[in-house]
Design a protein around this ligand. Structure first.
Ligand SMILES: *Cc1c(COP(=O)(O)O)cnc(C)c1O
Length: 528
């Protein structure tokens, strides 16, 4: 194990014989100057357990009946955040109309066992996909497309298409504003494309058009803009950037994952939304997630291409084996048609009128939320979004503590770490269901802000950030990582309502590459 600093002492073994059911090993206790003073909140389950629990299924000898299984699933979901009702302002999208979600669930189940792998075997898939993709193309400027499992896969395919349709002399590169979704970094990582980051305007948070253009090189295969970018909900200057990409012969992707099925309805409801779709000259592809503001069950997105040849560059075929020939439109090969059925049914169950009504309610709720947040002492809004995504920061109140306080009150408000000069902030995705609870949400934000002010800023134990920054994570075993997490109040065995302010403050103090390394380790520990 590396020693980041001689001040840090490492002691061994708190417990030689772990209790049954817990992983074995002699965890290292990691010490740092402020360790004794660090006080996470008490765990509701009693004293913190330094070990990481390994749970396995215990495959039953005899099959069990459905009622029992569903009861067990209900038990497993007890600590989950609620997916309906509007108190969770990220991850889930609720129309507030149970009958729509019911229709989707039934259609999903109906298509569940159909495999989209071979469209000649299951022509229902082709008919349904043509309809769903066609609906997205009709709303967003035309083109030809692919139904995918989500925004990340849509983006992956757009990047692959760009890479393969425009060979360059060097390593292919793409220009990505700093506010663009990490899915572009993931696609670049998987596909061997280099990323050139472009700055955004520090006041509007929109991509800096001049800097984005200046980052284009002879090896650039794709320029990315967002409509809107997720963090502050603002639409990048699509027309200008797409135009200058086209002038250089470079493709331009509009990431409308969150906004594609939202902005047109907000515009129709009266919002000012600049042109952003495939009808804008120079835009060559666009991603639109139906499992966000399309309100479809998860696993539903569409990527559109202006040119059928570009769509072909996203496809993959292989006849290089002695088995069935593989033709894949997507990254996944065998996959359930359930999400496609769910998306088809949701579009049909809501219709134009349904989406427009949801758009009106969303717009009204976003206005009220922005107005209400601006009136809370110490909070300030970030940017002036065209969308219904709202971000706010504070110079006086610790926003991570505010988020924890809201969670105690039964609301999930998503914390965002500082990055590229943008301060740490809270993100709220306003959806169709938000309006009916917007006053309650504002009340909780105001109370949580007051409570966070009262508690004062997170006091990080002395030396903790330096310790984490310098840790050799590869040399640390899972138990030692679990112990470190427990010592700052994170119970990796636990469920329920974690207090995340200390963790967020530590992450916030680290550079991005260290944040990533710690998060990957965290993931591996919770799944161990
Ligand atoms: C959600 C989102 C994505 C990624 O979508 P997933 O469906 O989570 O894979 C990409 N871009 C933006 C702007 C998003 O909001």
């Amino acid at each position: 194990m590396s020693r980041p600093d001689a001040r840090y002492a490492y002691a061994y073994a708190v417990c030689a014989e772990p209790p049954a059911g817990l992983s074995r090993g002699r965890p290292e206790v990691i010490d740092w100057p402020g360790r004794a003073a660090s006080s996470g909140p008490p765990s509701p389950r009693g004293p913190r357990e330094p070990y990481v629990r390994r749970s396995s299924m215990n495959l039953p000898d005899k099959g069990r009946d459905t009622g029992e299984l569903l009861a067990e699933i209900a038990r497993m979901k007890e600590a989950d955040l609620p997916v309906r009702g509007g108190k969770v302002t990220a991850y889930v999208y609720d129309t507030g109309r149970p009958e729509v979600h019911e229709a989707a669930a039934r259609a999903y189940a109906e298509m569940l066992e159909v495999n989209t792998l071979d469209p000649t075997a299951f022509p229902s898939v082709v008919e349904m996909e043509r309809q769903v993709v066609g609906a997205v193309a009709d709303l967003l400027g035309g083109g030809t497309g692919i139904f995918t499992s989500g925004g990340t896969e849509s983006i992956m395919l757009a990047v692959k298409a760009a890479r393969d349709s425009r060979p360059v002399a060097g390593r292919p590169r793409m220009v990505v504003p700093v506010t663009a979704h990490p899915a572009f970094h993931k696609a670049a990582h998987y596909l061997g494309v280099a990323v050139d980051a472009a700055p955004v305007d520090p006041v509007t948070f929109r991509a800096d058009a001049a800097a984005t253009e200046a980052a284009i090189t002879d090896d650039t295969v794709l320029v990315v803009v967002s409509a809107p970018s997720y963090p502050q909900g603002v639409v990048d200057p699509v027309g200008r950037i797409a135009g200058s990409a086209a002038a250089r012969g470079v493709l331009c992707h509009v990431d409308a994952c969150v906004g594609g099925w939202l902005l047109p309805w907000l515009r129709e409801a009266g919002a000012e939304v600049p042109p952003f779709d495939l009808s804008v000259p120079g835009v060559t592809s666009l991603s639109c997630d139906l499992h966000k503001f399309g309100y479809s069950p998860k696993g539903a997105s569409v990527v559109l291409f202006a040119d059928p040849a570009l769509r072909r560059a996203a496809y993959f075929a292989s006849a290089s084996w002695p088995g069935y020939t593989v033709i894949n439109a997507t990254v996944q090969s065998s996959k359930s048609a359930g999400p496609l059925g769910g998306a088809w049914a949701t579009l049909q169950a809501l219709g134009r009128e349904g989406y427009l009504e949801l758009g009106r309610a969303t717009l009204a709720a976003a206005h009220r939320l922005r107005e209400g947040v601006a009136a809370v002492p110490g909070l300030r809004l970030l940017g002036a979004p065209e969308s219904s995504l709202v971000a706010f920061a504070s110079d006086e109140i610790d926003v991570f503590t505010l988020s924890d306080e809201a969670r105690r009150r039964g609301w999930f408000l998503q914390p965002q770490l500082s990055y590229a000069g943008i301060p740490a902030n809270i993100h709220v995705t306003v959806t169709g269901v938000t309006l009916r609870g917007v006053e309650a949400m504002l009340q909780v934000i105001a109370e949580s802000a007051a409570a966070a002010r009262e508690r004062g800023p997170v006091r990080l134990p002395e030396g903790l950030v330096e310790l984490v920054a310098g840790l050799d994570l590869e040399a640390l075993d899972d138990a030692a990582f679990g112990e470190l997490a427990a010592s700052v109040g994170v119970d990796l065995n636990g469920s329920g309502q974690p207090e995340m302010a200390v963790v967020n403050a530590v992450l916030d103090a680290l550079p991005a590459d260290r944040r990533e390394a710690v998060l990957i380790r965290f993931l591996s520990v919770i799944y161990s």
